[in-house]
Design a protein around this ligand. Sequence first.
Ligand SMILES: Cc1ncc(COP(=O)(O)O)c(C=O)c1O
Length: 370
Amino acid sequence: MMALTPRPGIMSIAPYVGGESSLPGQNRIIKLASNESPLGPSPRAVEAYKALASELHRYPDGGAVALRAALGRHHALEPSRIVCGAGSDELIGLLVRAYAGPGDEVLYSRHGFLMYPIAAQSVGATPVTAPERDLTADVDALLARVTPRTRILFLANPNNPTGSYLPSAEVKRLRDRLAPDVLLVLDAAYAEYVTRADYDAGAGMVESHDNVVMVRTFSKIYGLAALRIGWAYCPPAIADVLNRVRGPFNTGAAAQAAAVAALEDRAHTEKARAHNDRWLPWFSKQVEALGLIPHPSLCNFVLVQFPEATGGADKALAFLNGRGVIPRRMAGYGLPDCLRFTIGTAEEMEATVAALREFTGRRPETGGSR
Ligand SMILES: Cc1ncc(COP(=O)(O)O)c(C=O)c1O
C-alpha cells in the first residue's frame, strides 16, 4: 500500500516558531518576544468582546460588514475593497494560494517576515530572497531577482524583525518597475506606529494599481492578537478573488466587534503610540550605552546585535531567560548574532536594561533612567 504523502514542498517547510511565553522555574516573566502591545486592548474592545458571550451559538457576519464600514470611515477607504481575515497571516496565505503555485516564485527581502516563505512552500511555490542593504530592503536587489516565474513580491514596510522601512518614493520606484502581472503585497502590520512624513502604508497605491494589495492587522497597536483579526485593502478584482477562496466565516463575531471598538477608541491607540515613542528611543539609547548595537526601528520592537566581545546573542538569551526576560531569538531570520526586544511596559523595559547591564558587566549610567 502506498503511504500517505503531503504535496511537494510541504515537508520542507520549517514550521513557524512563535515567541516563548513561559520559562521553566520562573514565575515572573517579561515577555518581549511577540511584538504584543504592553497596554493591551482598549477597554471598549474588551467590553465589545464580552458583550458577545451570550451569542456564541450564532454564526458571525461572514462579510464583516460593520468592521469593513468602520475601517472605511477610519482610514477613508472604500469598504468593498476590504477583505477581513483571521490575522494578516491568513490573508498572506490566501493571496499566495490564489496567485502562486508549483513552479512559481514568491520574492521577498532577505530578512523579511517568515510567513512569506512558509506560505509559498505550502503551495509548492519557491521562496526567493533578495539581499538587503544595512538590514533594509533594497529596491534594486528585489527588482534584479524578478523573473518570468515571479508571481508575488512581499514587502513588509516597516519590516519585522529589522524595524527598518522604505520611504514612499522607494516603494513607488519598486512598483513602477514591476511588471503588471506580479502582485506587490505591502504588509503594513506596524503602520500605526510610524509617524514619519516620508512613509506611506500604501492605500493610495492600491487604488491606483491593479497589482498592489496592502495588508494590516489588529494584533499590534490595537492589542487584539488573541482574536486573530486583520484585513487587506485590494483592487476590486483581488477582493473578489479573496472572497472566493476564504472560508465563509473566516473571522469571528467577537473579533469583528472588538476590532470596531478598538478603531473607535482613538485615545487608547494614541496612548499606545506615545508609550512606544517614549520607550523605544529610551531602550535603544540604553542598550547602545552598554556596547550593544540597536538597529533603528519604526515599529514596537528593537533588533539588538550582540558583538562577539559580549559573548553573543545565544549567551545573552540564556542569561536574560535566567532573569525572566524573553526576547526573540533571530537565528531563523538569518540574524544569529541578534535578539529582538518588543517594547514592553516601563517597568519591563527598566528590568530588561538592568538584566542587560548585568550581562555586559557595565556600570549604571548616571543621570537617572528616564
Ligand atoms: C510583518 C508582519 N506581518 C504580519 C504579521 C501577522 O500578524 P497577524 O497574523 O497577527 O495579523 C506579523 C506578526 O508578527 C508581522 O510582523
